[in-house]
Design a protein around this ligand. Structure first.
Ligand code: APR
Ligand code: PHB
Length: 389
């Protein structure tokens, strides 16, 4: 099998890249280890920056997003028994859209299929070769060993993929931070009690109120990193959510049947550079952010927007400037998002129960960010996404 750009992974990064390349007349094949059903239903985050929404719209992927996505012009910060709105659109002129990542993935797959694009599901890549001149992706499909020959390989295969580990030792540098807590996430058949997201700082830990539709709420609780989901029956989850969220007068949570629950550890990670020979890396394969800043999917899309232009230039006239600059350019946004996600995480979570000084600092930061337009604008412009970094 032969194509121009071989893409590993059918998450937002790999699918969007394939879609962008198609629009430039460049042929690609996407290899995905899981089934279509699996990737279309995998529950992930759901906040799109203004720039991501614009990219999806401008490339013909905006129809259902415009119908079903929920545009939010502010977020609420809840702490010390008070509630404060950060008016993001008033401060920045831009907004976010709440639309589940798996919905974005469904729309991308539908567009690729309609355009006759090739996505092979249940086709795990297991090895790369020839990356210095004539790359080959070795993969399994329908019980057989197969080879995909291409001009370039793009690893969009997430942190546990095979692309990044292919790069020899000593080439890449990893920058990393782990946190001693995780998020317990719940999807519930309950109409959201509010129109905007609530980020709540509480002495028992952080809580987040989000949503997926007018009927479905998405809620999160900070829990210790080694927590077992078996210790969290639904009633305990609702009780803890009530404690952390019902902290302001006349406000109650809407409860409903729990449809799904899981625990995800929080982590910050960047691997540099994002390229080696003819292998380019994008999305979670090379950087992970804690979900507090809602940046994961947006960074994946921003990476491949750069790669789409870079490959277009190379195939048009052989120019290598954009390809050569890919890692350097992408890393500016990646590090901006790292800093913002780390800052949001540090401001909102219960960090160290034995350090009352830290808790006082957090309250002071929250108060400052909700009273100073300058500081609030800093939060807002990062949250809605900076056009240039
Ligand atoms: N061969 C083929 N596919 C693979 C392999 C492999 N060896 N290893 C992993 N994959 C697939 C995974 O099954 C997954 O579908 O690569 C895909 C990676 O997709 P995502 O994890 O969605 O990563 P990405 O596209 O970079 O999007 C980042 O996803 O994890 C969230 O918070 C993150 O929102 C962010 C987004
Ligand atoms: C979500 O809706 O899943 C969500 C929203 C905001 C975040 C993280 C997750 O910061």
């Amino acid at each position: 099998m032969r194509t121009q750009v071989g893409i590993i992974g059918a998450g937002p990064a790999g699918l969007m890249l394939s879609h962008l390349l198609h629009r430039h007349g460049i042929d690609s094949v996407v290899l995905e280890s899981r089934s279509r059903e699996y990737v279309e239903h995998r529950l992930r985050a759901g906040v799109l920056e203004q720039g991501s929404v614009d990219l999806l719209r401008d490339t013909g992927l905006g129809a259902r997003l415009d119908r079903e996505g929920m545009r939010h012009e502010g977020i609420e910060l809840r702490f010390d028994g008070e509630s404060h709105r950060v008016p993001m659109t008033e401060l920045t002129g831009r907004a976010i859209t709440v639309y589940g990542q798996q919905e974005v993935v469904k729309d991308m797959i539908a567009a690729r299929v309609a355009a006759g694009g090739t996505i092979l599901f249940e086709a795990p890549a297991d090895r790369l070769s020839g990356l210095d001149s004539a790359p080959v992706i070795h993969f399994r499909h329908q019980g057989r060993d197969e080879e995909l020959h291409c001009d370039f390989v793009v690893g969009c295969d997430g942190y546990h993929g095979i692309s990044r580990p292919t790069v020899p030792d000593g080439v890449l540098t990893t920058y990393e931070r782990t946190y001693p807590f995780a998020w317990l996430g719940v999807l519930a058949a309950a109409p959201p009690a509010v129109e905007e997201l609530i980020y709540a700082h509480h002495e028992r830990g952080f809580a987040l109120y989000s949503m997926r539709s007018p009927q479905i709420s998405r809620l999160y609780l900070q829990v210790p990193a080694d927590e077992d989901i078996a210790d969290w029956p639904d009633e305990r989850i609702w009780a803890e959510l009530r404690t952390r969220l019902e902290t302001v007068p006349n406000w109650t949570l809407n409860e409903g049947p729990v449809l799904e629950k899981s625990i995800t550890p929080l982590r910050s990670l960047v691997v540099e550079p994002m390229q080696w020979q003819r292998l380019y890396l994008a999305g979670d394969a090379v950087h992970i952010v804690p979900p507090t800043g809602a940046k994961g999917m947006n960074l994946a899309l921003a990476d491949v927007a750069l790669l789409g232009d870079a490959f277009a230039a190379w195939y048009a006239d052989g120019s290598t400037d954009l390809l050569d600059g890919y890692s350097r350019t992408a890393l500016r946004r990646v590090w901006r998002a790292q800093q913002f996600s780390w800052w949001m995480t540090s401001m909102l979570h219960r960090l160290n129960a034995d350090d009352p000084y830290e808790a006082k600092l957090q309250s002071a930061t929250l108060r400052y960010v909700t009273t100073s337009p300058a500081y609030a604008t800093s939060l807002a412009e990062n949250y809605v996404g900076l056009p240039e970094v």
